[in-house]
Unconditional design. Structure first.
Length: 277
């Protein structure tokens, strides 16, 4: 699912991103760690040699690796279509964070992991104005939850920040996208990166692993004769800094375990291909 944003923003700069190894800021979650690179893996080790994590794509940063391991498809059980989301640990509970317009007015959604895994997510928080929703989910076997670390900054100091998301645009399966923050305006973070149907709800992170928000929509340009053209390289991100985190915490901690798949016969068949919303 993805929304079109009616505001037209002109960008004059081009995106030039090339990251072949984790930057020093990518490892800020650890103290006294060592990053070991081989041609096939990246290992994160403590000063005592303990292996904390092993990643199998050394051309991606640690944040990008984690985002790929946490990305899920958020699928409607009633209205069809899909968006994307991120599997996280927030306030001690397992959750999926996505866009509110992906959830719409549904109370439960199918959450697709890998290798055919599907669980049911219970909607416990939704801010339609900001366009962020949170679902409580059971533990997933094929996904690794990221720690929920919201970026509370929402001002021009974000401009120029390198960002990344992993989602499921269109018929594609697990795309990792890079970009940067271009502006902060009109209740959104405006970025230069790629977005399309199905990528709505994808978690957007800086290279320190802080969660800026989720993909909310793409821009539309109006040209001669009133022709409206989607500008898929101008992506709007719903800022997590603007939601009520006290309410979010209460909603998560007082939620019940989601129902099992047996109550939703159509949930077990993850869709392949086709456009999201």
């Amino acid at each position: 699912m993805i929304r079109y944003i009616t505001n037209f923003i002109i960008l004059t700069s081009l995106l030039l991103v090339g990251c072949t190894a984790p930057s020093p800021s990518s490892t800020s979650n650890y103290q006294s760690v060592e990053i070991l690179h081989t041609q096939e893996t990246v290992e994160v080790r403590t000063a005592f040699g303990e292996v904390l994590e092993v990643f199998d794509a050394p051309n991606l940063s640690i944040t990008e690796q984690r985002a790929r391991s946490a990305a899920v498809k958020v699928r409607s059980l009633l209205q069809g279509g899909h968006g994307s989301g991120t599997y996280m640990i927030a306030y001690g509970r397992r959750v999926v964070v996505t866009a509110a317009h992906v959830v719409r007015n549904e109370s439960v959604m199918a959450i697709d992991g890998r290798d055919g895994e599907t669980v049911v997510g219970q909607v416990v928080f939704m801010d339609a104005d900001i366009d962020i929703a949170v679902l409580v989910v059971p533990e997933m076997e094929t996904r690794t939850a990221m720690r929920y670390r919201p970026q509370h900054r929402y001002d021009d100091r974000l401009v120029g920040t390198d960002i990344t998301y992993t989602g499921f645009p269109s018929h594609h399966d697990l795309l990792t996208i890079r970009g940067y923050v271009s502006a902060v305006e009109k209740g959104h973070i405006v970025t230069n990166m790629f977005g399309w149907f199905g990528s709505s709800g994808s978690g957007v992170f800086d290279q320190r692993g802080r969660y800026l928000g989720c993909v909310s929509g793409i821009d539309i340009g109006t040209f001669g004769g009133g022709t409206r053209i989607p500008l898929e390289s101008i992506v709007w991100v719903a800022p997590v800094s603007m939601i009520d985190h006290k309410m979010l915490e209460v909603r998560i901690l007082t939620s019940t375990v989601p129902q099992t798949l047996n109550a939703f016969p159509g949930a077990r068949a993850p869709r392949r291909g086709g456009l999201g919303d």
